[in-house]
Unconditional design. Structure first.
Length: 401
């Protein structure tokens, strides 16, 4: 009996050893990092995990290169327990689910798309930087994915990380230099990940834009020194001038749960679609960066301000259907004594002309800096009505003349 069992065991072992090895794969890893919007908080999940696991012949995977989606948890023991009992009550819609599907549609059968979230809700940028627990956990998840691929003899590359953070740095007034902090995180992640994986390629940041300026308790839309716009303006500045910051899109065009702060599941999917466009261009080595719809030049003409835009797909469109009409379609011109002197707005080809009641010299030109106090989203929050012809909405901005 024992000999028979031993023989059977040896046969199974030999069969396992002689199975054909898995074909060579390239693992493209693009995780999302940030605060609650990165984790999909309150966005009721509409992606079916069984369908996601089967999508594109199973080529969308987690940091474990498996299909156990939705088990985000800071505590490893709790995360393991959730997997054991299939607990998914706090499993939300993530932008990267849709992003991964769009990438899988475009990339070859030998490519796996590895996605997972990292970060921590209600946390300002300082407490997500290198040396913090969320940052360390994110690096550990990346290392897990890398080691899993390495053990299989597969190539591993992180072309980009999706960045979704900034709400706490608006609402909590931490007096942080947000641009300096964000560039520091980008540099740290590049150094740490490239040392870990030995990849040569620089890692880009694909940036959404938080638009929750009206949730700041000190917020006054006509205040010349509107400190709440510093965070969203950082994204515009980096998209304009930094080669490794790419666009997804702003959050104001989408419904927010209870009109507070978190975009809903459909909004997450839209952000994922936009992120996929940038990610695909990065992967394919595009020389033209996806900047989104952002202002690229301003000039005055008597009492008018003319704004020229970067436009991914012409023509520009004024849309009051998806986003409720804002005064002057979301544009304003603020004087140093805190008055809005914009009286009319006209679309002129690639530009917007704002007619003012007096000379705008020395003022500030703004877009989507408005809305009801403490509200967010496409109905009553800070918003504007300008987009291009492929669903890229203009980023919120605050620029001096």
């Amino acid at each position: 009996m024992k000999k028979g069992f031993l023989f059977f065991f040896i046969v199974l072992l030999l069969a396992a050893c002689t199975q054909k090895p898995e074909g060579h794969k390239v693992v493209i890893c693009i995780p999302v990092y940030g605060q609650s919007l990165a984790l999909g908080e309150e966005a009721e999940r509409i992606t079916d995990f069984d369908s996601l696991a089967a999508y594109a012949n199973g080529r969308i995977v987690t940091e474990n290169l498996d299909h156990d989606f939705g088990y985000f948890e800071h505590d490893d023991l709790k995360k393991f327990a959730k997997k054991m009992v299939n607990y998914q009550r706090r499993s939300f819609e993530l932008s990267i689910y849709t992003m991964a599907q769009r990438l899988a549609d475009q990339l070859g059968e030998d490519t796996l798309i590895c996605i997972f979230p990292g970060g921590q809700g209600a946390t300002n940028i300082t407490n997500l930087s290198k040396g913090t627990a969320p940052y360390q956990e994110f690096m550990e998840d990346i290392e897990t994915a890398f080691q899993q691929a390495k053990e299989k003899g597969w190539d591993f590359l992180i072309p980009a990380i999706c960045w979704m953070q900034g709400e706490s740095d608006i609402e909590d007034y931490p007096d942080t230099d947000y641009r300096q902090s964000l560039e520091k995180i980008w540099k740290d992640m590049n150094a740490d990940i490239r040392q870990m994986t030995l990849q040569q390629d620089t890692i880009a940041f694909i940036c959404y834009q938080t638009n929750s300026v009206a949730r700041g308790l000190r917020y006054q839309e006509n205040n010349y020194d509107c400190v709440e716009t510093k965070v969203p303006q950082t994204f515009v500045d980096l998209l304009r001038h930094h080669p490794w910051f790419w666009a997804s899109g702003p959050t104001y065009p989408y419904p927010c749960v209870k009109e507070k702060i978190h975009i809903d599941a459909v909004g997450q999917q839209h952000i994922g679609t936009l992120a996929a466009r940038s990610a695909l261009s990065i992967i394919r080595g595009s020389k033209e960066k996806c900047k989104g719809v952002i202002p690229i030049a301003l000039h005055t003409d008597s009492q008018d301000v003319i704004i020229h835009f970067n436009i991914p797909k012409h023509p520009l469109v004024i849309d009051t259907t998806q986003v409720r009409k804002a005064d002057n379609y979301g544009f304003s011109v603020i004087t140093k004594d805190n008055r809005n002197i914009a009286r009319a707005v006209a679309l002129e080809g690639d530009s917007i002309r704002i007619s003012c009641t007096e000379s705008p010299q020395g003022g500030k030109v703004r877009y989507a800096v408005n809305g009801d106090h403490l509200k967010s989203g496409h109905l009553h929050g800070p918003r504007g009505n300008l987009r291009d012809s492929s669903g890229n909405w203009c980023y919120q901005f605050d620029l001096p003349l």
